[in-house]
Ligand binder design. Sequence first.
Ligand code: AP5
Length: 189
Amino acid sequence: MRVIMLAPPGAGKGTQGERISARYDVPHISSGEIFREETARQTPLGRQMSGYLERGDLVPDDLVLSLIKDRVVAAAKESGGYVLDGFPRTLEQAEAAAGIGRETSTSAQAVVYLDAPTEVLISRLTGRGENRTDDSEAVARHRLAVYAEHTQPLVGYYAARGILVKIDASVPVDEVSQQIFTALDRVKD
Ligand code: AP5
């Protein structure tokens, strides 16, 4: 199973990404987790990224690809699939991902789009309690604005390719999972 998760901050990409990973036995690749680890370890790339993460801005595409591309290809080759959480996030990243998919015959089969109202998202982010510096209300609202400008256009991009699955993510976690599994169980390998 090769799945991309597309959703605003707080919609549940991480929560549902883990569940998809467990159900279909494919690696869960979270760009945000990878970047936070790089930043915490103070690697050269991590040091370049930390300001973007703190402000809630997008990390530049070239840095993103340098950390994500090989992991996606390896997951698809070694495990037969992936669930991508947080990548792609711009049209440029989506084009790059499509190119990687074509070159390696590992194109995504479905894009799970989690949709929920803004105030639900803000309440989840500010109430998460994980000590993420980007979960303050001001930065959370900025992340949502960045999402609206740069990532929301991918909804149309993937809908035009016929692989978008829209999910109501405002309901309880188990109900969201059930909607996702019902849709993904119909996807043929
Ligand atoms: P990233 O880590 O991807 O953060 P995000 O998109 O802002 O998403 P979150 O992790 O905050 O939310 P989520 O959708 O995963 O929700 P979750 O399951 O945790 O990115 C962080 C930063 O990294 C970006 O701002 C950017 O700087 C950089 N970055 C990452 N990828 C990039 C890329 N490709 N290009 C450029 N920059 C990039 O759930 C949230 C909370 O809600 C939890 O407490 C959860 O328990 C709860 N919850 C979840 N679902 C439900 C439900 N159905 N009902 C009730 N509560 C729920």
